[in-house]
Design a protein around this ligand. Structure first.
Ligand code: THU
Length: 144
């Protein structure tokens, strides 16, 4: 079974996840919501660290939750949102960082999908396929 992806619902889930971000250093709260073919949604938020470079992005946290729970594919859509709470004017569209594109690709390639990536933001945000954000990706399929 494969559900019809609901953009507004997935962005709402990402926004709720962003409310749980642990981002005391950057103050930039990011939420990600991953939608699977069975209709399940897994969310994540960024988790920063006093040793700044160890911080984890929201998309990476969500992907790790899935893989460490036994999920191995079926990823059909991802919503990402971010901003500084209380500063709505700075709500620039957030696209997944380079590392997160690679992390999401692992999950996508395992199930042979090319998920939609919905980037929340002012002026309607952006809708892209993961393959547009990360063309010619290296993933599990390359390891034979
Ligand atoms: N961040 C994410 O969670 N996802 C991204 O794709 C971009 C950046 C986080 C990392 C850091 O905690 C904060 O946003 C500022 O860079």
């Amino acid at each position: 079974m494969s559900v019809a992806p609901d953009r507004e619902a997935l962005i709402a889930a990402a926004r709720e996840a962003a409310g749980l971000a642990y981002a005391p250093y950057s103050k930039f709260h990011v939420g990600a919501a991953l939608l699977f073919a069975d209709g399940s949604v897994v969310t994540g938020a960024n988790v920063e660290n006093a040793s700044y470079g160890l911080s984890l992005c929201a998309e990476t946290v969500a992907s790790a939750k899935v893989l460490s729970s036994g999920g191995r594919g079926g990823l059909i859509a991802v919503a990402v949102t971010g901003g500084v709470p209380g500063q709505p004017g700075r709500g620039a569209t957030v696209t997944p960082c380079g590392r997160c594109r690679q992390v999401l690709n692992e999950l996508a390639q395992l199930g042979g999908t090319d998920p939609l990536i919905w980037c929340d933001g002012e002026n309607g945000g952006l809708e892209l396929r993961l393959s547009e954000l990360l063309p010619h990706a290296f993933g599990p399929a390359n390891l034979g």
